[in-house]
Ligand binder design. Sequence first.
Ligand code: COA
Length: 300
Amino acid sequence: MAVQSTSSSDTAAALRFVMAVEQHTESTLLSDELRSQLQAGTAMVWEHQAAGRTMGWAVAVAHGEGWSTEVVALLPSATEQLLLDVIVSARTAGARNVRWWTHVADPSLGGIAGTLGFSLDRRLLQLRVDLPLTGDDHPADDPHPVQAATRPFRPGDDDEAWLVTNNTAFAWHGEQGGWTLTQFRRRCSEPWFDSADLLVLDAPLTSDGGLAGFCWTKQHADLAPMVGEIYIIAVHPSLAGRGLGRALTTAGLNHLYLAGARQGMLYVDETNRPAVAMYRRLGFITHHTDVSYLMKLEAP
Ligand SMILES: CC(C)(COP(=O)(O)OP(=O)(O)OC[C@H]1O[C@@H](n2cnc3c(N)ncnc32)[C@H](O)[C@@H]1OP(=O)(O)O)[C@@H](O)C(=O)NCCC(=O)NCCS
């Protein structure tokens, strides 16, 4: 059994391993949240070796009453063993559940989840659309705005207003809601962050000082042709249904197109009906689905 570690040499080794496998498979295997915590040294890691060779790493962070984990491994057997290690550690630490996120379409993962006693939790769609956008089928006399007067985010000045709108709009969301300023600022200190890519909308005014909405974009310049992501988007709930979400999405995609992206990409919960409907209407189609599995734990 692998031993849980938080040492900086182990977290650095885990990150190197993940990046090597990602480069080899040309895919993203770790979520931004776990990658960010790994870089910040706040994640727990487990290594699995066979015949003296590293076969995989599990990364986990505490999230509320439970733990969230992701595994990057070369073989299904290594994935299974690493998950067992995480579960044992989580149970010992008194966690109430373990949520396992998977980012590849590998049929063996569902089998491992079933064997270990996980149940299906969430399905996250990755949607894509070719740029420039041509699929917006709204009529010319549409009363909703198709353009939003966005401006770039001002670090420091806009932090609190961003947080109000993010946490209000995502109050129902386990991972995107309930952010702290520290969490937000840590994300803004990532090497890829550029305040010009975070478009904010000031008007109409909200009563709680939150932004009317925002569209945070991210450029994946490592992919050719470049893919532009709608990273996080939200409209203040008091202003929902006025066309601002569509206008912000369009503004974000135009921004990405002008930056060189020829495909727009985003992740959305399959059950987020307003958002999925909005994206489909703009021409987005499903590229693949990330799946999370949940295991409830009893006290040790
Ligand atoms: C998704 C979100 C940005 C939409 O913003 P919005 O300003 O309310 O949406 P719009 O008024 O621009 O509506 C655009 C389209 O969304 C769809 N839509 C909006 N609200 C909907 C609802 N309650 N049910 C079903 N579809 C809905 C419609 O297809 C609408 O198209 P239409 O213009 O033909 O009516 C907003 O609901 C939000 O911030 N949600 C919380 C955060 C979130 O889920 N972000 C997306 C994560 S990927």
